[in-house]
Design a protein around this ligand. Structure first.
Ligand SMILES: Nc1ncnc2c1ncn2[C@@H]1O[C@H](COP(=O)(O)OP(=O)(O)OP(=O)(O)O)[C@@H](O)[C@H]1O
Length: 308
């Protein structure tokens, strides 16, 4: 069995009296982008700070590629790249000066520093700003440099805490593309409370609420978390509402206009099939059947309420 890139076991943290996170278990086996979702104060930053060895947990264990982060911090941290919520940029340095400093901090051997810098700059699209002072870069490019420092030592796991916070829509789109790109050959974990962002960027989602994991699955699992319970039919020859109400499982029928009708139903996997076959046998002439899925916000709200 291969070792998981990240494994968090029974992780809990208490800052003062209250627990910020409680008994979190989480495992990431494959490369790709994982979104850590949660409302403000849910415990995302606390989890990420512990995951990167910036904060010592009160209880539990973090294993990076099988290495216990607390027991062997130097070995484990070689495998970790981190961009905290406020990027640790020295604004009076140029991009090159800053990345050289990061390479030194990451203990990259002298002979490999130049190549490591070039590769990180190239990958993050900042090579043409090598000599520019960080304070003269736009927010989006500052974030790119922040990501470049996180990957300069080629870590197996990169953690990005709300990397698109404070950027304009174009910059957000560019940084999301970059996150996907760097997730093509390593494990990237990034936090956000923007649902559409996580949906657009991630392969899988973990959601934390009030310090507990309330969801663990793929983006599709997340989108389908609440099974649809209504559909809109477009019928050229719609029947009386009573005929649809008579279908087993249908709980409510609402005529929307001359051709469209909304049908609410109880959890019933074959309901669409029944309506299609009735349409054929009764001559309702069904043109369209659209299952109404819950909005991401509804799913988020349902999961947020799941906390015991
Ligand atoms: N240094 C601290 N001292 C005391 N309590 C803290 C500290 N940092 C965070 N907390 C508390 O721990 C809980 C989790 O906070 P955390 O910052 O991990 O959440 P978050 O999900 O990252 O939120 P946000 O999206 O707002 O950054 C919150 O109740 C917060 O108030």
């Amino acid at each position: 069995m291969s070792t998981s890139i990240v494994k968090i076991e029974n992780l809990s943290h208490r800052y003062t009296k209250a627990w910020a996170i409680k008994d979190i278990n989480l495992e990431i086996k494959n490369i790709g982008v994982t979104g850590l979702l949660g409302s403000n104060g849910a415990g995302k930053s606390t989890t990420m700070n512990i995951l990167c060895g910036v904060l010592n947990q009160t209880q539990g264990r973090v294993l990076i590629d099988g290495i216990d982060l607390r027991a062997f911090p130097l070995e484990a941290k070689k495998l970790i790249g981190f961009l905290p919520q406020n990027a640790p940029l020295y604004l009076d340095l140029t991009v090159d000066e800053y990345l050289r400093h990061c390479a030194y901090m990451r203990r990259i051997p002298d002979g490999q520093v130049k190549q490591a810098m070039e590769e990180a700059k190239e990958r993050c699209g900042v090579a043409h700003f090598s000599k520019r002072l960080l304070k003269n870069l736009s927010g989006g490019y500052k974030q790119r440099v922040g990501i470049a420092q996180a990957i300069i030592h080629k870590p197996k796991m990169v953690v990005l805490d709300e990397p698109t916070n404070g950027l304009d829509p174009n910059q957000i789109a560019e940084v999301r593309e970059l996150i996907k790109e760097i997730g093509s050959d390593r494990c990237v974990i990034f936090s956000s409370h923007i649902l559409s962002e996580v949906q657009a960027t991630c392969d899988s989602i973990r959601m934390i609420e009030q310090g507990q994991v309330v969801f663990n699955g793929t983006v599709d699992d997340f989108n389908n978390y609440i099974a649809p319970s209504s559909m809109v039919l477009y019928l050229n020859n719609p029947p009386a509402e009573a005929a649809l109400l008579a279908v087993e499982g249908v709980t409510q029928v609402k005529t929307l206009d001359k051709h469209r009708v909304r049908v609410s139903f109880e959890a019933e996997p074959s309901i669409a099939e029944k309506i299609v076959s009735l349409s054929v046998s009764q001559g309702w002439r069904l043109q369209e059947l659209h299952l109404e899925r819950s909005s991401l916000e509804e799913i988020f709200a349902r999961l947020s309420n799941k906390v015991k």
